[in-house]
Design a protein around this ligand. Structure first.
Ligand code: XCC
Ligand code: SF4
Length: 625
């Protein structure tokens, strides 16, 4: 390839990653970091968002000498349209995942499947009551059917508002209503975003940005929230438990299967299949000592939260996990799965299996999961993995380091239980300044950063300042590897957080789930705001996605801001080509929705800036900063 040699030590903070990058180099295997080098420098028009490909009079790109596209659109319009479509993509991802969960609930209710059941009946009834589905005297399946029907309604044009609109503090609902951004239904907002951004429709950047906010709100308060709540109903509401993280969770003498993607519908079945005594025996007959299941990315988070399976790694660890040479098979559903995994796998004996028609990969085997064949297909996939164990070249296997212990499973229900059943102790701790605030650190990895450097250091800096950190998505693995997801990590926290977390026996960095589970954080913020009789924007809270990469992360950031949560990003979305849009994001939104974005690549500076914001919110609430 003739590319420059990578400076491996500068690419990641982790030893397991470095060791695998060296192995990749020796074995001539290309990774995301090599490809980033090939792609650098990136196209400046694309990076600043001023390239428009929305019609064939173009493509057009805006520069000093050509300030308008062929149709007359300027940089502001083009940037806003591109951003709108970007977050519509992210909202579609989470929300379509949510719809798949409702379909599973519906299938259970109709008796169309034996593969899925209602694991948390209490939650089924509780959520049904909450959204106005009557439960009295009804059997669980009847309630499940009506709840599924109610949730499906959130996807079209809702008549009476989103199912979970009642969770939103009144002041926030009023802000949305005044701006005309109350979300009306997931599919509608996404489709309208596509419509508005067609040539000749919404040619006012600020107006397009408001619809971007509306689209993302439909994701946060409907698509993602439904995904989370239905997953809990079907697979159980997470409660605290132990697990382990990093590549050390792979086992040299076992059949290693990785689940990757987002939706627990496939991975839960795989987990059941690996525990099937007949399949374990089959693996033993083939010379393995057992079958080991580990997670990657968010489906890993889902299984870790509920079932305690270990996590092999986050986004940038996915290729590196295969490079251990110890993985028989990766089974995926959708989102964040690098297409390169097929190529990396083909350098070993690693088989990639896809399960969803909407996410097929050339070169992978397709084992289609449907509502009524989940168990059968899961067993088939596990058999495929066992078959490949004999093809493994043990001489090429290298499993770096020992796994790190973590505590996971903090759903809001679990958190409230830890608090003694009410949010009161948390509120008292916030008032007393022992917990000065809370920050949700969410999202991804991006090879443009030293892998996990910002994720880990931001979390460390915040807990030092007595700010409770809630993590979801790929930040989880980062925090876990750094030892921050253990109660013992209170040693690294400020005195107040040390006292409170110590008394509750919880870590100062709390794992709340996958990317869709950011809805749990939204709900928690709403709960606190309602308890205090204020708006979410009045709370001493913030969100951050330091190393984000995806459309989904941008959608999360946007619904957080539109919900009143100040949101830090390590780098801006591709909007810097428009002053109007950039100013709106970085300050203008503060006047409109009571929150805005902060962009800061340095985690230490970001921690200080977030702290400043938390201080100002505390002062405004009449609390000591
Ligand atoms: Fe994807 Fe959810 Fe980002 Fe990880 S964190 S890289 S979006 S897997 Ni949500
Ligand atoms: Fe160019 Fe306008 Fe067409 Fe975009 S919509 S490609 S700016 S002519």
């Amino acid at each position: 390839m003739g590319a420059e040699k990578l400076n491996i030590d500068g690419l990641t903070i982790w030893d397991d990653a470095k060791q695998m990058l060296r192995k990749a180099e020796q074995e001539g295997i290309e990774t995301a970091w090599d490809r980033l080098q090939q792609q650098t420098p990136h196209c400046k028009f694309g990076e600043s968002g001023v390239c428009c490909r929305l019609c064939t009079m173009g493509p057009c790109r805006i520069s000093k000498k050509s300030v308008r596209g062929v149709c007359g659109a300027d940089a502001d319009v083009i940037v806003a349209r591109n951003f709108g479509r970007f977050v519509a993509g992210g909202s579609a991802g989470h929300s379509d995942h949510g719809r798949d969960c409702i379909e599973a609930l519906h299938a259970v209710a109709q008796g169309e499947t034996d593969d899925y059941t209602i694991k948390d009946r209490d939650k089924l009834y509780r959520i049904a009551e909450e959204v106005g589905v009557p439960t009295e005297g009804k059997e669980p399946l009847e309630v499940a059917g009506e709840l599924a029907a109610d949730f499906f309604e959130n996807y079209g044009t809702t008549k009476g508002g989103l199912s979970f609109i009642g969770r939103v503090p009144e002041k926030r609902q009023k802000i949305w209503a005044d701006l005309g951004i109350t979300p009306r239904g997931v599919d509608r907002e996404i489709a309208e975003m596509m419509h508005r951004t067609h040539m000749g429709c919404d040619n006012d950047a600020a107006n397009t940005m408001l619809h971007a906010a509306r689209t993302c709100l439909a994701d946060g308060w409907a698509g993602s929230m439904i995904a989370t709540e239905v997953s809990d109903i079907l697979f159980g509401t997470p409660s605290p438990g132990k697990s382990q993280v990093n590549l050390g969770v792979l086992k040299k003498d076992q059949v290693n299967i990785l689940v990757h993607g987002h939706n627990p519908i496939v991975s839960e079945k795989i987990m059941e299949a690996v525990n099937d005594p007949a399949l374990i025996k089959l693996a033993r007959d083939k010379g393995a000592t057992g079958i080991n299941l580990a997670g990657l990315c968010c489906t890993g988070n889902e299984l870790m939260m509920r079932q305690g399976i270990p996590m092999a790694g986050n986004h940038l660890m996915t290729e590196l996990a295969v490079i251990t040479g110890a993985v028989e098979l990766i089974v995926v559903d959708y989102q964040c799965i690098m297409p390169s995994l097929v190529q990396v796998g083909s350098c070993y004996h690693t088989k990639m299996v896809t399960t969803a028609d909407k996410a097929r990969f050339t070169g992978a085997d397709h084992v289609k999961f449907e509502m009524n064949n989940g168990m059968e297909q899961a067993e088939r996939v596990v058999r495929m993995a066992i078959d490949r164990f004999g093809m493994r070249d043990q001489a090429r296997v290298e499993i770096p380091c020992e796994p790190v212990d973590i505590v996971t499973g903090f759903s809001n229900e679990a958190l409230l239980q830890a608090l003694g059943g009410t949010p009161e102790p948390l509120i008292e701790a916030i008032k007393a300044g022992k917990i000065r605030g809370a920050v949700g650190i969410v999202g991804c990895n991006n090879p443009k950063y030293k892998h996990d450097h910002c994720n880990v250091n931001l979390a460390k800096e915040l807990i030092k300042k007595d700010i409770l950190v809630l993590v979801t998505g790929c930040v989880t693995t980062a925090a876990g590897k750094a030892g921050l997801l253990l109660p013992g990590a209170i040693d690294q926290a400020g005195p107040g957080l040390q006292e409170i977390c110590g008394a509750l026996g919880i870590p100062p960095v709390v794992h709340m789930g996958s990317c869709v589970d950011n809805a749990r954080i939204l709900q928690l913020c709403a709960l606190l705001a309602n308890a205090l009789g204020v708006d979410i924007s009045d709370l001493p809270v913030a969100a951050s996605s330091p190393e984000w990469y995806s459309e989904k992360a941008a959608a999360i950031g946007t619904y957080a801001v539109a919900s009143g949560i100040y949101t830090h990003l390590g780098h801006p979305p591709n909007i810097t080509g428009s002053e109007v849009v950039a100013n709106l994001a970085l300050s203008g939104l503060d006047d409109l929705v009571g929150a805005c974005f902060l962009v800061e690549p340095d985690p230490f500076k970001a921690a200080d800036l977030i702290d400043d914001r938390i201080k100002s919110k505390r002062t405004a609430l009449g609390l000591e900063a």
